[in-house]
Design a protein around this ligand. Structure first.
Ligand SMILES: [Zn+2]
Length: 443
């Protein structure tokens, strides 16, 4: 018997890789797309009605914390990949700050087997740069690459030793995989929020922008020295984007990502004001100062940074958007002084509505959003993904750009509910996510 056919009809297809931006049908057989465009529907095909929706290649998040192994009280393979699917992501790269850290072939292999068996979306691991992320002893880069690592990162920490970072970037050059860097000078970054007028007003110890800027500058220099591929994680400062812009002009092999929260939220959120900058969305009701769900690393910065980051994204200086989905259990965030609360925001389920808010404000087009969330990450990592071209894997996201929904604990698939958007109304909802032609989320 032939494999089931599915037809997604009535939607507006946006696929930058094939230059598609208009009404079209997508025909699926088994796990592959077999036709795209104004195609006749075969008898017996299962019809998926996408009227009023955007049909796009499955989104790719190159920066999530799946928390597995070791921190299953924050997130599990099941809940983390369910959140990803609900956010429209069909592939996620998971960070290695787990317990044990993803620093050995054995740990990577066990995780790969578990995510293949139990994940709702495709999961690709990022291995550490150093054993135990301790910053002292480099991993066996080639062996971890052979086991499926898509990059190397000591995320959560900067690799302080420049000689080790040089080694990692030399391995990157030889293996064609990025070193994905968390840029933060630890000695300077002992605070809990951005250092500035708001931190002084609240009396919360600050993290100066320079803590990030110093390490971005150093790592760009080492990328220039080695020819390795430097991927700068979660750029949060305009000056960081400026360094990336200059490095690209110089021909350094550097790419960079920005998180939706750094494009629309500022350090004023820590003070309780919930204005979404760069958008025309209504502000959230004010909160009491010091909501621990505004605590993230790198921290929410002033509006001038959010504006500069948006400009860098428009220019393509920041290549892609990823989420830094960082789930934490309630007790790790709440009931503690702000200084003691864990860093990190839940991200997977907010990327689409946040980016759509920038679209509605006229700052970016919908095809550009799909480009940054799917086409470009697929291209950079040479994934079999990021396009709806016939022959491709049927990883597909269907989005209703106009559906409004209220953020509540029950509305989220992630085990953790640590978002400062709680209670706010978002516009734009993922309606369905297909991975290899199989439905993995339906609203
Ligand atoms: Zn990080």
């Amino acid at each position: 018997m032939a494999e089931t056919m599915k037809a997604i009809v009535g939607g507006h297809v946006i696929d930058p890789a094939t230059g598609t931006d208009g009404p079209a049908s997508v025909l699926i057989q088994g796990d592959r797309i077999i036709a795209l465009g104004d195609v006749p529907l075969p008898d017996g095909a299962e019809i998926i009605d996408a009227a009023g929706c955007v049909v796009a290649p499955g989104l790719i998040d190159v920066h999530v914390h799946l928390r597995v192994p070791g921190f299953e009280h924050k997130e599990t393979i099941e809940s983390g990949t369910a959140a990803a699917a609900a956010g429209g992501f069909t592939t996620v790269f998971c960070m290695p700050n787990t317990k044990p850290a993803l620093d050995s072939v054995e740990t990577l292999r066990a995780l790969n087997m578990a995510t293949a068996a139990r994940g709702l979306v495709r999961v690709r691991p990022i291995a550490t740069i150093t054993r135990g992320r301790a910053g002292e002893d480099p991993v066996d880069f080639a062996a971890l690459a052979a086991e499926g690592a898509v990059g190397f990162s000591d995320d959560g920490d900067t690799t302080a030793d420049s000689a080790i970072m040089r080694l990692a970037l030399e391995a990157s050059r030889d293996l064609g995989l990025p070193v994905m860097v968390h840029c933060e000078d630890k000695a300077l970054a002992r605070g809990a929020m951005h250092e500035g007028a708001v931190s002084r007003r609240l009396g919360v110890p600050g993290i100066p922008s320079e803590a990030e800027e110093i390490i971005i500058a150093r790592d760009i220099m080492l990328a220039r020295l080695t020819g390795g591929w430097l991927h700068v994680c979660h750029v949060s400062i305009g000056r960081g984007a400026a360094l990336v812009r200059a490095a690209k002009t110089e021909g350094v092999n550097v790419t960079a990502e920005v998180m939706p929260h750094h494009l629309v939220m500022t350090d004023e959120w820590v003070g309780g004001d919930r204005t979404l900058v760069n958008t025309i969305e209504p502000a959230g009701a004010p909160c009491l100062p010091g909501d621990p769900d505004t605590k993230v690393n790198p921290p929410l910065r002033p509006e001038s940074d959010a504006v500069a980051l948006l400009r860098a994204l428009q220019e393509g200086v920041l290549d892609l958007v990823s989420t830094d989905h960082a789930p934490h259990a309630h007790h790790e965030k709440h009931g503690l002084p702000y200084e003691k609360a864990a860093f990190g925001l839940s991200g997977s389920e907010f990327a689409v509505p946040t980016m759509l808010a920038l679209v509605r404000a006229g700052h970016i087009t919908l095809p550009e959003v799909i480009l940054r969330l799917s086409t470009i990450p697929a291209k950079l990592w040479r994934l079999d993904a990021g396009t709806l071209a016939p022959g491709s894997l049927a990883d597909i996201t269907i989005i209703d750009p106009n559906q409004r929904w209220v953020v509540s604990p029950d509305s989220l698939k992630s085990l953790s509910k640590n978002t400062p958007l709680m209670g706010m109304t978002m516009t734009g909802k993922v309606k369905m996510t297909l991975v290899g032609g199989e439905e993995r989320y339906r609203d």
